[in-house]
Design a protein. Structure first.
Length: 94
């Protein structure tokens, strides 16, 4: 997992070259279940970056969408792609 500072650095370098940035929130895999990490919300808010929330937590919480404990299967990746597509469409990037 990368830190807040590293994430900001990567995003800043990409945006300096005119690249539009989209973040996909990675869930916190704790003993108490799945919850979105605040890091992604904080970076997205501070940098004005598009954030796709919750899709990975939803995939990882559904055995039908995983190939193992932490990796999506084809259906899971399709769901992720649909979420990213919808976010891009709503932002007007498509």
């Amino acid at each position: 997992m990368i830190s807040f500072k590293e994430n900001r650095c990567i995003n800043s370098k990409a945006r300096a070259k005119g690249v539009d940035v989209l973040l996909i929130s990675v869930p916190d895999l704790s003993l108490f279940g799945l919850s979105a990490l605040d890091l992604y919300e904080e970076v997205a808010n501070e940098e004005g970056i598009l954030l796709v929330r919750g899709v990975l937590a939803e995939i990882l919480g559904d055995p039908a969408l995983k190939s193992d404990q932490i990796h999506p299967n084809a259906k899971g990746y399709k769901k992720m792609a649909e979420s990213v597509y919808e976010a891009l469409r709503q932002k007007g990037w498509l």
